[in-house]
Design a protein around this ligand. Structure first.
Ligand SMILES: Cc1cc2nc3c(=O)[nH]c(=O)nc-3n(C[C@H](O)[C@H](O)[C@H](O)COP(=O)(O)O)c2cc1C
Length: 197
């Protein structure tokens, strides 16, 4: 019940909800990321949450992808977590900023070697002629780093942090009389409001 959220900021309740979701769902860290062009044409896709703290919500991606291109020219972004098993969603709105080089290096180093090779091999979001072209790229990257135990992070691959100004907690309730609680950034603190369902 949303009544249980007595916090004065959204990050602690978010972490509680995510922890609960992990107990009942696979890939509970999946979030839908919305970006938009400067003229307001939106696009959405799923990405994985790889870090959250009082600064915001972090994911990693190819910096030359469609989403990154949109965020570089229009940093306004929105996220949606939907946990079906809990009948809950969390909506986040804010501005995207790139994570530091150190953060990106740290996360890249933690990935499986195959995922590191994949990052080098994919021109994410651009046209692929056929599956063989991708497989050839993977083979080339594999050979390139064959004698290196540590694969460096490509400079075209990093992360973004969505620094939120709105975080809404939504909980299903009978007869569609759902609970909605939104935290709105107000300078250094957060204002809490309830919304009609
Ligand atoms: C469950 C799930 C998790 C995903 N996680 C990521 C991710 O963390 N980073 C990423 O770049 N793409 C991820 N993808 C792929 C994206 O949804 C998307 O296809 C890709 O990033 C290209 O998006 P774009 O062309 O809009 O930039 C994920 C897809 C799914 C279904």
């Amino acid at each position: 019940m949303i009544e249980d959220i007595a916090d004065s900021e959204p990050f602690a309740p978010f972490e509680r909800w995510l922890a609960l979701a992990h107990k009942s769902e696979e890939l509970a860290e999946t979030m839908t990321l919305a970006t938009a062009t400067p003229t307001g044409v939106p696009s959405v896709r799923a990405v994985l949450l790889k870090g959250v703290d009082h600064r915001g919500f972090v994911f990693y991606t190819n910096l030359e992808s469609r989403k990154s291109g949109e965020l570089f020219v229009n940093p306004h972004a929105a996220l949606c977590f939907h946990w079906k098993s809990l009948a809950r969603q969390v909506r986040v709105e804010g501005l995207a900023e790139q994570v530091t080089e150190d953060e990106a290096d740290g996360y890249y180093a933690s990935r499986a070697r195959g995922s590191q090779i994949a990052a080098w091999s994919s021109d994410q979001s651009r046209i692929l002629e056929n599956r063989e072209q991708l497989e050839k790229r993977v083979e080339m990257s594999t050979n390139r780093f064959a004698d290196r135990s540590v694969i460096p992070r490509p400079n075209f691959w990093s992360g973004f942090r969505i620094v939120p100004d709105h975080v809404e907690f939504w909980q299903d309730q009978p007869s569609r009389l759902h609970d909605r609680l939104v935290f709105i950034r107000d300078g250094e603190s957060w204002r809490r409001e309830r919304l009609f369902p």
